[in-house]
Write a protein that binds this ligand. Structure first.
Ligand SMILES: NC(=O)c1ccc[n+]([C@@H]2O[C@H](COP(=O)([O-])OP(=O)(O)OC[C@H]3O[C@@H](n4cnc5c(N)ncnc54)[C@H](OP(=O)(O)O)[C@@H]3O)[C@@H](O)[C@H]2O)c1
Length: 274
């Protein structure tokens, strides 16, 4: 029987067990995917024990995605560039790390807006945390030419743009005071902050200045229909919700853990929301 897990602290909120358990049942795989609450200070002691307990791999969520890096024997190029690992495999006594958040972000965007072009115009990204790192990497790889990173803490946005410098890509760090202006003419707006989440304040941005036909992608999925998406729809922009990214980041992880490339469909979406 194959065994995998999601590790976090706290972990009770994670929807990953629902997704993987749905797929295990659907494909008739004798396996199990469980949530393990592990404190950050215990990760170094716990991670190497998991393969001895029969785990083939695990996902990592807050607060482990960055602190796991020094514990790994191998980190693939994308995870290294992003600076965060969310999927770990145990293979032949070695611990290997990758990042499937970037696939989740980019694949759901590609499917939701098939004619999307990252190089069609400036892109505005709200937030400079872990999620924003995966978003910037995904957009840079897709050929973005200009990205404006808007964050409450300007220093964090500045650090991020330094990290993602590459030829042909212009990056700007913008603080709250410049946020409204930074939306002007953007063809894609991504919310990678926790603003708009249940229990958090909503955004106060006016979306009127986005480019006609722009796409607004909110990584927040609780609630599914955020104020930002409602505002965007009311102005005729295309919208992309945060749940799809969550579903698609699980797909390559499941394939690695259980050996089948699973389908993301309405049944899985319903299972995630149940
Ligand atoms: N859909 C998915 O699969 C998926 C995957 C990952 C994350 N997410 C979502 O993405 C969001 C960010 O996650 P993360 O992992 O990047 O978190 P994080 O590393 O803690 O970063 C949080 C970001 O939100 C900003 N922020 C928090 N509270 C704020 C406030 N009151 N006003 C203005 N800015 C505020 C922070 O700004 P400062 O730097 O100034 O603190 C930072 O940029 C969360 O809502 C998370 O649920 C979704």
């Amino acid at each position: 029987m194959k065994l995998a897990a999601v590790i976090g602290w706290p972990i009770h909120h994670s929807r990953s067990p629902k997704l993987h358990t749905h797929w295990l049942k659907r494909y008739g795989i004798p396996g199990s995917y469980v949530a393990l609450p592990i404190r950050p200070e215990d990760l170094a002691a716990c991670l190497p024990v998991l393969p001895k307990m029969g785990f083939t791999g695990c996902n990592l969520t807050i607060p482990h995605k960055e602190i796991v890096l020094p514990l790994l024997d191998e980190i693939d190029a994308a995870a290294r560039a992003i600076g965060a690992v969310n999927t770990v495999m145990f293979q032949d006594g070695r611990i290997l790390g990758t990042n499937t958040d970037v696939y989740g972000f980019s694949e759901y965007l590609r499917r939701s807006v098939p004619n999307f072009r990252a190089d069609a115009g400036p892109i505005a990204v709200l937030g400079a945390g872990g999620a924003s790192r995966a978003v910037l990497y995904g957009l840079a790889e897709a050929g973005a030419r200009e990205i404006r990173v808007i964050n409450r803490s300007a220093a964090r946005a500045e650090a991020l743009i330094q990290h993602f410098q590459r030829p042909g890509l212009t990056l700007h760090a913008v603080d709250d005071a410049g946020a409204q202006e930074a939306l002007h003419g953007a063809t894609l707006l991504v919310n990678a902050t926790s603003l708009g989440m249940t229990g958090q304040p909503a955004h106060t941005l006016n979306l009127d200045g986005l480019a006609p036909g722009a796409t607004v992608y909110d990584l927040v999925y609780s609630p599914l229909d955020t104020d930002l998406l409602i505002q965007a729809r009311a102005r005729g922009y295309r919208t992309v919700d945060g749940l799809g990214m969550l579903l698609y980041q699980a797909k390559p992880a499941f394939a690695r853990f259980f050996g089948i490339d699973p389908e993301v469909d309405d049944d899985l979406r319903a299972a995630a929301l149940a």
